[in-house]
Design a protein around this ligand. Structure first.
Ligand code: KG4
Ligand code: ZN
Length: 363
């Protein structure tokens, strides 16, 4: 059943309770966010997550077909869980938000399909959200949300970008990786060292016991003067070092992990500080899976404290993929009057979708 567009109230006026569904990769996330009518920051009521890490571990990485099938298995039970724990019913939902992209096509289609089916059944609009905008706005879910404008360091498994953020949909990319993302650098370095998937958190845990100065690894583009990154060479350098160590690798693994982590973090922190200097901005947020990295947080906190810069992070458990950030991004888009309702239920997905494509063009 499609909504009668002539009878359709404006989305900003009608949207109070937003269900968010994330299924772009290896986590199924569902959440409910309440958008207050007074324009204040939306609040997370409840969220539920299923990580597929255990399932993909045997294959050393994400298997797209298995990911899609698991999203199908998980999404409705997670939705029921979220409804039950929030004390709300499906009929209370005003908008169903889902991750439209970027991500794995089959995985995205599961979330989009369920969101559109729910929207059609409830006669409520759906809203396709950009996954990276979800990460970018996830610090607004924390106890101490940031205020616009700020510099954002977006560091996920597929993206590494420095952005100037002036408001919802007002994003200017200041620099980005020209090859691998920071998360990929963690994951690939971990893989060549023989560490299990998911590489990033495993490598960083191991690094806690190692000496970050044990091995000299490259810090590409550190002094390039621009705000771009390059991490592709790091994996090769770690592999070369691992081969050199031969039988000693096992005994020196923590040192190699600590050295690889230090190389990645040094570049991320230096470029972020440069972005803050260049823009004169005194506030920043870190978002995306790599934002959970302890060393990155420590080093960034230290450098920012010296310069009296406030740093905001998402809650640790909301750094990696989740439904809360999707519901939140939808709520903030609606509040900002940035998004038209979709009542056609076309469930289109965009596996490749640059963030620039959703930047507000009217200002
Ligand atoms: O944002 P995310 O969950 O998914 C994408 O949108 O890509 O990010 C996943 C990435 C992976 O590369 C993972 O290894 C990395 O974030 N990651 C970490 C940590 N936790 C997750 N990297 C370093 N240290 C961590 N603690
Ligand atoms: Zn993500």
């Amino acid at each position: 059943m499609l909504l009668d567009s002539s009878a359709r109230p404006t989305l900003a006026a009608m949207s109070q309770l937003i269900l968010g569904i994330e299924s772009s990769c290896d986590e199924t996330g569902v959440a409910l966010v309440q958008m207050p009518s007074d324009g204040s920051v939306p609040k997370l009521l409840s969220h539920a997550l299923h990580s597929q890490i255990d399932m993909h571990r045997a294959y050393g990485g994400v298997v797209p077909e298995l990911a899609s099938r698991d999203h199908i298995r998980r999404v409705l039970p997670l939705t029921q869980q979220v409804m039950a724990s929030s004390g709300k019913t499906l009929q209370d939902i005003d908008v169903v938000a889902f991750t439209r992209g970027p991500g794995l096509a089959g995985a995205l289609l599961v979330g989009a399909g369920v969101a559109c089916a729910l929207g059609a059944a409830l006669a409520k609009p759906v809203l396709g959200v950009h996954h990276l905008e979800g990460h970018l706005l996830s610090p607004f879910l924390s106890e101490d949300p940031p205020q616009f404008p700020f510099i954002a360091l977006l560091v996920s498994g597929g993206h590494t970008q420095l952005m100037r953020v002036d408001g919802v949909g007002r994003y200017e990319i200041l620099g980005e990786t020209i090859d691998d993302a920071a998360g990929e650098a963690f994951d690939k370095s971990a893989k060549v060292m023989g560490l299990p998937y998911p590489g990033g958190p495993v490598l960083s845990k191991l690094a806690e016991a190692g000496d970050p100065e044990a091995f000299k690894l490259p810090r590409p583009l550190l002094h390039s003067g621009d705000l771009d990154f390059s991490f592709a060479g790091l994996k090769t350098a770690v592999l070369t070092q691992a081969k050199k160590l031969g039988d000693d690798l096992e005994a020196r693994k923590a040192d190699l992990a600590a050295s690889a982590q230090a190389a990645i973090v040094d570049v991320l922190v230096k470029k972020t500080i440069n972005a803050l200097k260049q823009t004169g901005m005194k506030r920043m947020v870190v978002a995306g899976g790599v934002g959970a990295n302890k060393k990155l947080r420590e080093q960034l906190n230290h450098e920012c404290a010296k310069r009296k810069i406030r740093v905001h992070y998402p809650e640790l458990h909301l750094c990696t993929d989740n439904g809360a950030m999707i519901a939140m991004a939808a709520a903030m888009r609606i509040q900002a009057g940035q998004q038209n309702p979709d009542t056609e239920y076309a469930f289109d997905v965009k596996p490749r979708w640059p963030l620039d494509a959703i930047v507000e063009t009217s200002s």
